[in-house]
Design a protein around this ligand. Structure first.
Ligand code: PHE
Length: 339
């Protein structure tokens, strides 16, 4: 009988369990009211006197082993549960991480920056809340100049000197004030104009303006730069320059690129002509150079400014400019495959 007890001790020691139910079954088998231990305790009185001592010790050892086993297994299972509670099931495969999409405005802006950086232009940025000097006066638009009406301006009510910039030409003024030629810089950013919101225009949009100032810069340099840009950007080099007027450039021109009329969006954005008006440009007026501390007898330069939104709309066939600022994920998700 003692040998049988020793076997049971070895069995109890070797026992292991995965669930609480298994531990409970084990406990009942050994320690329950009708369990093995009670059976053996009941046998005690039948054991020969000389064996009683050893029997007693062995049965106590079995009891201790079984009790310790139950406690140890319970502790082990509980600590596993705690880990699960905090971290979930650590063996599960991870949640897939959703990769976002770049906004079409950013995609096109980065393309433009990339194209100009290849010919030595750096990127300059400035504040969206501007003062009158940087947005207007320094650009040859003194107070009461009628051309101020060309750009319906949002003023900050309490101070007529402070406004939301109407173009990023203000950044070029800041750049010229702080840097001497040679200057080759482009200024991307958001601009604001007090216009009625429709499918074609918004009260804010995005521009990239460029400025090149050095000795002997000519209109031919400007035209070559534009030709390079449109070829890189649109894969098309058919452009036309229409004479125009800007207070800060003389002579001035507007640039159209021939895009074609393949889709309804092409019709809508090019107003049925196939030509997209992409930018204004011209030779920087000497007054502007002087206003910004650059000697106009020594240096000349050209400037240009284009709207990103309309280019993005054409390239990505977006029929309504308002989609660009509504942040509807169903729209934004469509650009996942773009740059
Ligand atoms: N600043 C002008 C605009 O906002 C664009 C422009 C820039 C025109 C530089 C000529 C030269 O419309």
């Amino acid at each position: 009988m003692i040998d049988k007890l020793k076997e049971l001790i070895a069995e109890a020691e070797a026992f292991s369990a995965q669930t609480k139910e298994e531990v409970e079954t084990f406990r009942i088998k050994y320690l329950g009211k009708k369990g093995l231990l009670n059976d053996y305790f009941a046998e005690f009185k039948n054991v020969a006197n000389e064996q009683k001592r050893e029997f007693g010790q062995t049965i106590n050892q079995l009891k201790k082993t079984a009790e310790e086993k139950v406690q140890a297994l319970r502790d082990e299972l509980e600590s596993k549960e705690e880990v699960k509670g905090i971290y979930g099931d650590l063996s599960r495969p991870g949640e897939p991480i959703e990769i976002g999409a770049r906004h079409p405005i950013s995609i096109v802006k980065n393309q433009i920056i990339d194209i100009f950086s290849r010919i030595g232009f750096n990127v300059s940025e400035g504040p969206e809340i501007e003062d009158d000097w940087h947005n207007f006066t320094a650009l040859n638009l003194p107070e009461y100049h009628p051309a101020r009406d060309m750009q319906d301006t949002f003023f900050i009510q309490t101070d007529p000197d402070i406004l939301l910039r109407t173009h990023t030409s203000s950044v070029q003024v800041r750049y010229m004030e702080n840097n001497q030629p040679p200057i080759r810089t482009i200024s991307p950013g958001r601009v604001y104009r007090n216009e009625a919101i429709s499918a074609r225009s918004h009260c804010f949009f995005h521009q990239v303006e460029g400025l090149y100032i050095d000795k002997d810069v000519s209109f031919a340099d400007l035209k070559q730069t534009l030709q390079y840009f449109t070829t890189e950007m649109f894969g098309k080099s058919e452009i036309r320059l229409r004479p125009s007027y800007f207070p800060f450039t003389e002579p001035s021109a507007e640039v159209d690129v021939y895009w074609g009329l393949k889709t309804e969006t092409d019709y809508r954005i090019t107003k049925g002509t196939g030509w997209l008006e992409i930018m204004g440009c011209g030779m920087v007026d000497p007054n502007v150079l002087e206003n910004c501390g650059i000697d106009s007898k020594e240096y000349s330069g050209f400037a240009f400014g284009m709207g990103i939104d309309r280019i993005a709309m054409l390239l990505h066939q977006i029929g309504d400019i308002r989609l660009l600022s509504e942040n509807d994920v169903r729209f934004l998700e469509q650009f996942k495959s773009a740059l």
